[in-house]
Design a binder for this molecule. Structure first.
Ligand code: SAM
Length: 365
C-alpha cells in the first residue's frame, strides 16, 4: 500500500470477477458486487500471510477471494442465504476454503478467529427486491431498512460485534460512500465515520476512484457520477487522554463549584506518577453525589463547554435520570481541543461505585 490518499483502481481481470452465471442467479443481478482489486492492497498491508480476514457483509465473497489470493485465511457473514450459496460456489471454483455463516452480527459470530475486518457496507436506500420483504432474509437485511437512523443504529450494533471479535490492535476498514437518494444527499460515509469513531480509534482514509468518462453538466448543476468511495481505516486501540488538559478541566469543574472525587486508573496514575506507570490512562473516573439536580447542572455546564455526552456510545443531552445512569454505570463526557488532545471523563454515582468496589481487590480501587 502506498502513501497516496487517493487511488485510481484498475478493473478486475475477468477471472477474478463474479462469473456471469452466478450474477444471473442473484435477485439483484450482482449489482452490489465489489472489486477484488479494491481489497487486495488492504489485505497485504494490514495482515501477515496466514492471518484471517473477515467480512461481516460478505455478499459474493469478493473480500474473501482477495484474502485467499494474497495467501490469507478468510471468513464471512452474509444475511442472505441465497447470496451465501453463490459466494460459496464462487470460492469453490477458485479452490478457496473460507467459511461463510448465514446471519448477522452480533447474534451470529464470525466462523473463525479473525485478525482484520475488511468490508463494504450495504448501502442505505438500495432497492432490494420487494418480494423479499416477506422472506426469511427480511429480518435484519439492512437493504430493507426504511429509516436512516435505525439503519445507522443497526450498523453500530454490527460494528460493536466486529470490535468484540477483533484482537487488540486489529484494524477495521469499512468502504462506504455518501449516497444520493431522489436528489437528496445522505452523508452516509461521514455518519459511519462518526459512528466508528465511537468504537475504534480513527487512523486514516483512502479515497478509491473508479475511472469513468466525465460528462459536461449544465451550469449550476451539482450531480456527480458517484465513482468514488472512502476506505475508512480504524483500529481497535486504547486512546489515552491528555493528562495536562484533563487536570486543567478537573480544576475548572472544581472552581465552578461541583464536588467530585477521583478514583480508578487516573487517580492511581496521579498517585504513582509518570515514572512508575508509563501506560497512560484512557479516562478519568469521577464519583459524584447522588443528587439528580446537581448532576444535571454539571451536565449542562459540560455541554456548554462543548463536551459530547453519551451513555454506552449513544449521544445524550441533559436532563438524565439517576435511574438511567445507574443502569449504565457511568456517563461519558469527552472533548477534544484544537491540538486533537482528548479529555474523557466518566461520571458515576459515588453510592454505586462504593457498592461495586466492595467486591473488588484493593489494587482496583
Ligand atoms: C455491498 S454488499 C457486499 C458485497 C461484497 N463486498 C462483494 O463484493 O461480494 C452488502 C451485503 O451485505 C448483506 N447484508 C445486509 N444486511 C446484513 C446484515 N445485517 N448482516 C450481514 N449481511 C448483511 C447484503 O445482503 C449484501 O450482500
Amino acid at each position: 500500500m502506498d502513501s497516496r490518499s487517493w487511488w485510481v483502481l484498475e478493473p478486475d481481470p475477468p477471472e477474478h470477477g463474479l462469473p456471469d452465471d452466478l450474477r444471473a442467479r442473484d435477485r439483484f443481478g450482482g449489482r452490489d458486487c465489489g472489486w477484488v482489486a479494491q481489497m487486495r492492497p488492504f489485505v497485504r498491508h494490514f495482515t501477515r500471510p496466514g492471518q484471517c480476514v473477515f467480512d461481516p457483509f460478505c455478499g459474493f465473497a469478493t473480500t474473501l477471494l482477495a484474502a485467499a489470493l494474497e495467501g490469507r485465511q478468510a471468513c464471512g457473514i452474509e444475511i442472505d442465504a441465497d447470496r451465501a450459496a453463490l459466494a460459496r460456489e464462487r470460492l469453490r471454483r477458485h479452490g478457496v476454503d473460507a467459511p461463510i455463516a448465514v446471519g448477522s452480527l452480533p447474534d451470529t459470530a464470525p466462523p473463525r478467529a479473525i485478525d482484520l475486518c475488511l468490508t463494504n457496507v450495504p448501502y442505505f436506500g438500495c432497492r432490494w427486491p420487494q418480494d423479499d420483504t416477506q422472506g426469511a432474509a427480511a429480518a435484519g437485511q439492512l437493504y430493507l431498512e426504511r429509516d436512516y437512523a435505525a439503519y445507522l443504529e443497526r450498523l453500530r450494533d454490527i460494528f460493536h460485534g466486529v470490535r468484540a471479535a477483533l484482537p487488540d490492535g486489529g484494524f477495521c476498514i469499512a468502504m462506504v460512500e455518501n449516497v444520493v437518494i431522489d436528489q437528496r444527499m445522505l452523508p452516509l460515509a461521514w455518519d459511519l465515520g462518526r459512528l466508528l469513531g465511537g468504537l475504534f480509534v480513527a487512523h486514516e482514509e483512502r479515497l478509491l476512484c473508479y475511472p469513468r468518462e466525465a460528462v459536461a453538466l449544465p451550469a449550476a448543476t451539482t450531480r456527480g457520477d458517484r465513482s468514488h468511495e472512502y476506505a475508512l481505516i480504524f483500529q481497535k486501540a486504547r486512546e489515552t487522554i491528555c493528562i495536562a488538559s484533563t487536570q486543567a478541566e478537573l480544576q475548572a469543574i472544581e472552581q465552578a463549584g461541583f464536588a467530585f472525587e477521583l478514583y480508578g486508573s487516573f487517580a492511581r496514575w496521579l498517585q504513582r506518577g509518570d515514572a512508575d506507570s508509563p501506560r497512560l490512562p484512557a479516562d478519568a473516573d469521577l464519583l459524584l453525589p447522588d443528587d439528580e439536580a446537581r448532576f444535571n447542572q454539571l451536565l449542562h455546564w459540560l455541554h456548554e463547554r462543548h463536551y459530547q455526552l453519551s451513555l454506552w456510545g449513544e449521544p445524550i443531552l441533559p436532563p438524565v435520570r439517576l435511574q438511567q445512569l445507574r443502569a449504565h454505570w457511568y456517563l461519558r463526557a469527552q472533548r477534544r481541543d484544537r491540538l486533537g488532545r482528548l479529555v474523557r471523563l466518566d461520571l458515576c454515582l459515588a453510592s454505586q461505585a462504593a457498592e461495586y468496589l466492595r467486591g473488588q481487590p484493593d489494587s482496583a480501587r
